[in-house]
Each structure stands twice: as structure tokens, then as C-alpha cells.
Design a protein. Structure first.
Length: 454
């Protein structure tokens, strides 16, 4: 539905505007309001019903949320903050300066303030920061009829009603039951009759990547969160986990490209900050490439005696770097998805050696045939063209095998040392293989061409 806000604002018919906006979903409202002027945004939020305003506010980017709260009167800002879901409110508060967060906390009513302080008390990037305390919990002695009545009375503010959580008298989680079982069961059956005592839960202190893996494995819309004693303290929903997964994937992609992870969207990063984040890796890679020149200097004598070897240096080092980048990217992603673990390093290494031999043989054959074909009507490679072809072919096999091996093992090494595997970015692997690839190439040349060109 298209709404001409400028026309309605000029007519000052705010009753019609309220009626029109109330029919739109919060996501569309957030887009529409986000594109408006600051003063118009405040007016629009005043017009919206309180619950709809809070739901719309949650869809706005964090910087727009902050600026909008600053422009609102304290009572209006307090109304929106109190109506926001606890997890989205926590995301907003933890991104703001401490003084601003303290000021906003004072706007919350005692109940919501206690929830906000509790969530902010968990470590950064922990499950506790993502969870919401809005859920439905029932007791084993309750009947299906009583549970359904309880849901009708207390379920309005629940984050989700797809799962109902069963706790004992101490609040310890003992089971979770899908809502469909209550809807399809006789009203006089007890909760205990529906239990199978099998459930999956997260701990509040677990890191957020753990939640991503568990959601991916279990296929749930929501998962319960427990403390160290097993007491149910909240739930985490898939929408919050998807946001974390998106941020993690973006950060990994940026690191794989040889860039320090950006904290903001690309167009909002200041030029000086972008230079700082990109220059570090470029300097490291440049210094690494200087070792390539050192390696070539070491083999200067061989290059002078067999200049033809220098023709294939770009071919050799690019093939090794490309194969290493391929292996590194695949293994990093497999580690991120949980498809492989540290204990699988031997299986991955064995697999990549076989792949390296096969891929190297393909490229080596092409290089060999290329030199052979050119030598049929040209003397560019000299009388020892066959030995040169064998050198290039075997060099490609050796460099590609080494590239795949280095690219696949570096992520395991970094993970074992406690670093992010994405830091073994494709440019870093390529630089490493460039240097060692030259050593492999000229070492093979020294053996194969000994007594002829060398």
C-alpha cells in the first residue's frame, strides 16, 4: 500500500493518517518512517498506537532509533522503551554510550528496568544478551484445559507460542511441548501425560555462535535458555539468531578478503577508518610479497642461466595461490558451519593432498601440452623444450599440492591457537604460497635441468 505522507501532512488530517498507518505492517512502517524527516518521524510515532509504535521502532536501524529517542519527549521515549521486546531493547542499549544507556534505563518502569539490567549483565556476544523473558511456562500437574486458559490470559506478551515449556516447582526446565499437542489433546489430560522428557536448551553464558549451530541442527523457531542450575530464565528466537548469523557471515567474508571487520555498513564507514582497516592487511601482505623478491634473488643464478624459467613464474605462483585460496575458503566455511571440527584435520589433509595431486595434474598437463605445442612451430623454449615442459608440469603439481595443503591447514592451526580461522584470508594464503611456490619450482628445476640448462 503506497501512502503519500507529504500530501497527508499538508492536509493536517492526522486522523486519516493514523487510520492508514495502522493498516500497515511494522516492517513497512519502519521503512516509510525511516525515509522521513526527523520532525515528521516524531509526529508519526505520536500518531501510531503504542504497541504498533514499539513494534515499528524495533525494525529501525540502531542509529535511527537513537536519534529518534533523542528527538522525542521523555514520556514518549519511555512508552516505546517499555513496550519494546527485551532482546531488541538490549541490542539498542548495549550500542549506546554508558551515560545514554543509564538515562534510558531510568525511563523504564521497575519491572522492565529489572529485565533490562539482568540482560545487560551477561557477557557480550553471549546467549543471555539475545534472550527474552517473555514465554509460557507450565507445571506438570496442570491439565490441558488449564494450560489453554493460562495461554489465553498470559500469552499476549509472549515472544512465541509455538513451544510451551514445562518446569518443576523450583523453575527447573524439564521438558518442552509443541502447542499443537495441547490443541489436539483431550482437555482433561495432564501435562505429564504429554511429556517425553526430551528437550534442547542453551545456557545463558554460551556464546552466540553456539546458538546458531544449535538452531541449524534442531530446526526450531525458539530455544529455551537456562542458568547453571537448569532454571528456565528465557528463550531465544530464530529472528535474533539470524541477525547474529548475518553479522558473523559478513565479518568472516570481510576477513577472508583481507580486510579488518567493519563495524558499520560500507557507505557509513568514514574514509580514514576505512583506510586504517584496509591498510594493515595490505602492509602485512606487501611485506610478505617482499619475501618473493628475496626468493627470486636467491635463485638469480638459475634464472640467468635459464631465462626461459622466468616466463612461467606468474603461472606457477598464481596457480598455487588460487588453489590455496580455494582450499582455505572451503575449510573456513566448513568450520563455521560445524561440518568439520579440529579433530578432522587429518581427514581434511589427506583429502586435500589427493585433490591437490589431481588438480595439479590437470594444470600441469595443460602447461606441458602448451609448451609442447608451441615448440612444434617455434624455437622460443630452445633445444631442451621437453625438459622445460617437464619442469613446468611437475612444478605446477608440486605448487598446487602445497597450496591446497597450506590453505586447508592454516584455518585448523589458527582455530587451535584460539584465533578466528577467517583471519587466514585468501590473500594471506596466496602470499605464503607465492614465496614457497618459487622455492618448489626452482628446486625442481635444479634437479630436472641439471646438466642441460643448469
Amino acid at each position: 500500500m503506497l501512502v503519500n505522507l507529504d500530501e497527508i501532512f499538508r492536509s493536517r488530517d492526522f486522523g486519516a493518517l493514523r487510520e492508514t498507518l495502522a493498516k500497515l505492517p511494522p516492517s513497512d512502517l519502519a521503512t516509510m518512517i525511516g525515509d522521513s524527516e526527523s520532525q515528521e518521524q516524531v509526529i508519526l510515532f505520536r500518531i501510531l498506537p503504542r504497541k504498533l509504535a514499539a513494534a515499528t521502532f524495533e525494525y529501525l536501524p540502531l542509529e535511527k532509533q537513537h536519534s529518534l529517542l533523542s528527538a522525542m519527549a521523555q514520556t514518549e521515549a519511555a512508552a516505546i522503551l517499555n513496550e519494546m521486546s527485551p532482546d531488541d531493547r538490549t541490542t539498542l542499549l548495549e550500542e549506546l554510550p554508558g551515560s545514554v544507556t543509564k538515562e534510558l534505563l531510568q525511563m523504564l518502569n521497575p519491572k522492565e528496568r529489572a529485565v533490562a539490567v539482568s540482560l545487560l549483565g551477561y557477557p557480550e556476544e553471549s546467549i543471555g544478551r539475545l534472550m527474552t523473558p517473555d514465554y509460557i511456562a507450565v507445571n506438570t500437574a496442570w491439565t490441558v484445559r488449564y494450560v489453554l486458559d493460562h495461554i489465553r490470559e498470559q500469552g499476549h506478551d509472549s515472544e512465541t507460542l509455538s513451544m510451551i515449556y514445562v518446569v518443576n516447582d523450583e523453575g527447573v526446565l524439564i521438558d518442552d511441548i509443541r502447542i499443537r499437542h495441547f490443541l489436539l489433546s483431550p482437555l482433561d489430560r495432564s501435562v505429564a501425560d504429554l511429556m517425553d522428557n526430551r528437550f534442547v536448551a542453551l545456557k545463558a553464558t554460551d556464546d552466540q555462535e553456539t546458538a546458531i549451530q544449535v538452531f541449524r541442527r534442531e530446526g526450531r523457531y525458539a530455544l529455551p535458555v537456562i542458568d547453571s542450575g537448569g532454571v528456565l530464565i528465557g528463550i531465544v528466537t530464530i529472528d535474533d539468531v539470524l541477525q547474529v548469523a548475518d553479522l558473523e557471515a559478513t565479518e568472516d567474508i570481510q576477513k577472508i578478503g583481507g580486510v579488518e571487520a567493519l563495524d558499520q555498513p560500507y557507505m557509513r564507514v568514514a574514509l580514514f577508518q576505512m583506510i586504517r582497516k584496509r591498510a594493515g592487511w595490505l602492509v602485512i601482505l606487501f611485506l610478505g610479497e617482499m619475501l618473493t623478491a628475496t626468493a627470486m634473488g636467491y635463485f638469480e643464478h638459475e634464472i640467468q642461466r635459464a631465462v626461459v624459467l622466468a616466463l612461467f613464474i606468474p603461472l606457477i605462483i598464481s596457480s598455487g595461490g588460487n588453489s590455496g585460496s580455494q582450499a582455505s575458503t572451503l575449510v573456513i566455511r566448513a568450520l563455521a558451519l560445524g561440518e568439520v571440527t579440529l579433530s578432522d584435520w587429518w581427514r581434511v589433509m589427506r583429502r586435500e593432498v589427493i585433490l591437490g595431486l589431481a588438480l595439479g595434474a590437470i594444470l600441469g598437463s595443460i602447461g606441458f601440452l602448451r609448451i609442447t605445442a608451441w615448440s612444434g612451430f617455434s624455437n622460443i623454449y630452445g633445444p631442451h623444450w621437453l625438459l622445460v615442459a617437464v619442469t613446468v608440469g611437475s612444478g605446477l603439481i608440486g605448487v598446487v599440492v602445497w597450496g591446497t595443503l597450506a590453505g586447508s591447514m592454516l584455518p585448523f592451526l589458527l582455530r587451535r591457537l584460539g584465533f578466528d580461522p577467517a583471519a587466514s584470508s585468501a590473500p594471506f594464503v596466496a602470499t605464503l604460497v607465492d614465496v614457497t611456490g618459487l622455492i618448489i619450482y626452482f628446486s625442481l628445476a635444479a634437479v630436472i635441468l641439471h646438466g642441460s640448462l643448469l
